[in-house]
Design a protein around this ligand. Structure first.
Ligand code: FES
Length: 99
């Protein structure tokens, strides 16, 4: 796991894009729970940093498909899966495992 951001850089209900091992990772804060997902929709590749987050899902701004922040499963098309990454907090640091 590597430190990718400080907790205060991702406000509650906010997002932040970080670069980890050559890939863009989107951090999402939902009431203090930090999630990390690939910043690329598995449908047609739209970035997700402008996506709406609601009730545990992130909705792609392009066609509106919803993906679980926990396991990446798509609510509309179960064959699609958004890549998710394990997250840990260590003090003020957000640690993400992108291996
Ligand atoms: S590109 Fe994301 S739903 Fe189509």
């Amino acid at each position: 796991m590597e430190s990718v951001a400080k907790i205060n850089e991702v406000p509650n209900f906010g997002k932040k894009v970080v670069s980890v091992a050559g890939r863009e990772v989107l951090l999402v804060n939902v009431k203090g729970n930090i999630f990390a997902v690939e910043n690329e929709c598995p449908h047609q590749g739209s970035p997700l940093n402008a996506a709406i987050v609601k009730e545990g899902f992130i909705s792609c701004p392009r066609h509106g498909y919803r993906f679980s922040l926990v396991d990446g499963r798509c609510a509309e098309h179960t064959e699609l899966e958004l890549k998710t990454f394990p997250v840990q907090l260590s003090g003020d640091d957000i640690l993400v495992d992108c291996s």
